[in-house]
Design a protein. Structure first.
Length: 504
């Protein structure tokens, strides 16, 4: 029997979509302004997942270089037909609604084609596209009619649909309205399924925050009309004390045991009122049961974390960085030099800092609620450090070089710093995310960051930062914590990366 681990994918992995092909499962998630974009994970048992590639691995596939924070790759849908993988997604504030294809989900994927309006001008205006085919092979793109530009930007038009010529990537009609849900805000994330001769339209409602949920309707055609299920929402955590909140934005698939499953996003908030989600939106899974009246029922999402992990990385000129490394609005290879100083990852400053949209920064997702990262860094020829980042306005770092070590927290427009002298050379930098210390009453935060450095075998404690300031609720980011190394002057070289954590 399949063990359903939750989270299914730890850390910043929102908006999951899944497809089964010959007994193998492929799962895609959103990446927003980070590259490489749209990771593809693969599993044969729904328990162990391997990152096998990304959709956007080349410049130009996504126009994230200039998108604002929270723009970029929004909400993919992955499907398979006649030996070809199809993925549709919105490159928000970038290229628009895109269609990618590949014969192997690990890649390479196509450059991506814009889904153009019926008159051929611009992209179909909407987000969270789904792709489905009827028995005659007609392709349907179903999406949330959110206007992203113009005077009406931000206006929701409900769930809409167009027939599409996938050879020319041209809508064959003006968008038609299908369903607006049950009255919850932000009807989005539609997916169409044909089950036993009926078409089911599943959507998210209530926004991706505490009101999030999943609702469903059905009809005799992919074009509707659709009747609303009497038991909506199928799943939601709103108004509950469940450890997994914000559950919604789901996709259905038949699991390894022949039972239906729903992958969906959620968060793991902590604090007295469980108000702060340190890691952002993660991927979860839960069971689905089809009832005698033909409607599905989705079980509540249960927390079942995997054991803790330890990752130790050295750097070799013979190997590229593995796929877990990501960068902001740039590919990691833009910044990371593995050849000029063999055995080290070298970063060269370009005048930017972590406050800028494109910092010289490469990192990995924080995957555990309790987490510690240590890097060994040579700052003889520059200034750089180790940082945890939500975006350019919310980050915490330990920086060395120029005669000192600096601990720094940038929280919106506020900055706090701690300083210690340093003669230069090689040292260890530490960012530890720990549970709050026991105190009277209940903890008022998700976790506490401890900033430190080890020089000549002696650890120097620089400062502590309340973890609530790097949570999705405070930063209002669609992403999550990414921990990485950076350079702000000259060049720095990283010898070793160690990350370990658990979810106790």
């Amino acid at each position: 029997m399949t063990t359903l681990y939750n989270p299914l994918l730890n850390g910043f992995h929102p908006d999951p979509s899944v497809v089964a092909v010959d007994g193998v499962y492929y799962l895609a998630t959103s990446t927003f302004e980070y590259l490489p974009g749209i990771p593809i994970h693969r599993s044969t048992d729904f328990e162990t997942w391997e990152l096998v590639g990304h959709v956007a691995t080349r410049p130009g596939q996504l126009a994230v270089e200039e998108v604002p924070t929270a723009g970029g790759a929004w909400a993919p849908t992955i499907r398979h037909r006649d030996g070809v993988f199809h993925l549709v997604i919105t490159d928000a504030m970038g290229r628009g609604m895109l269609h990618f294809t590949a014969t192997d989900a690990a890649g390479p994927w196509s450059d991506g084609d814009l889904i153009r309006r019926a008159d051929g001008s611009g992209s179909v205006d909407g987000i969270d596209p789904d792709i489905a085919w009827d028995a005659d092979g007609t392709a349907y793109i179903t999406f949330s009619g959110l206007l992203l530009g113009g005077e009406q930007a931000g206006q929701h038009l409900g769930i809409q649909q167009v027939k599409v010529d996938l050879d020319d990537h041209l809508a064959l009609e003006e968008p038609r309205s299908l369903w607006s849900g049950t009255g919850g805000g932000f009807p989005e994330a539609p997916h169409l399924y044909e089950v036993d001769g009926r078409w089911y339209l599943m959507i998210a409602e209530g926004g991706t925050e505490r009101g999030h949920g999943i609702s469903i309707a059905r009809g005799d055609s992919p074009e509707g009309p659709f009747e609303t299920a009497p038991q909506n929402p199928l799943v939601t955590a709103r108004g509950t004390t469940r450890p997994v909140q914000n559950t919604g934005h789901g996709d259905l698939v038949v699991g390894p045991d022949g039972d239906w499953l729903c992958v969906l996003l959620g968060v793991r908030p902590r604090s007295m009122t469980r108000a702060f989600s340190a890691l952002g939106r993660e991927t979860f899974v839960t069971s689905v049961r089809w009832q005698s009246d033909g409607w599905p029922a989705i079980d509540p999402v249960l927390l079942n974390p995997r054991p803790g992990t330890r990752v130790e990385i050295g750097f070799s000129p013979d190997r590229e960085l593995d796929g877990e490394w990501i960068a902001v609005r740039a590919l990691p290879a833009t910044h990371a030099d593995l050849t000029s100083r063999p055995g080290r990852l070298t970063l060269r400053a370009d005048g930017s800092t972590l406050d800028d949209p494109r910092p010289v920064f490469v990192g990995r997702r924080q995957e555990h609620l309790t987490n510690a990262v240590t890097v060994t860094m040579d700052v003889t020829a520059g200034v750089g450090g180790l940082a945890v980042r939500y975006d350019e306005r919310f980050h915490v770092e330990v920086e060395a070089g120029g005669g000192e070590i600096v601990g720094r927290a940038r929280i919106g427009g506020l900055v706090q710093e701690w300083r210690a002298p340093f003669g230069g050379g090689t040292l260890e930098l530490h960012l530890d995310s720990r549970k709050p210390a026991p105190a009277q009453g209940f903890p008022r935060t998700s976790d506490v960051f401890h900033l430190g450095a080890t020089v000549d075998g002696e650890r120097v404690e620089l400062g502590e930062v309340d973890g609530r300031f790097l949570s999705s609720e405070t930063a209002e980011s669609f992403t999550g914590r990414v921990i990485g190394v950076y350079a702000v002057a000259g060049e720095v070289a990283v010898d070793r990366w160690i990350a370990e954590g658990d979810d106790d």
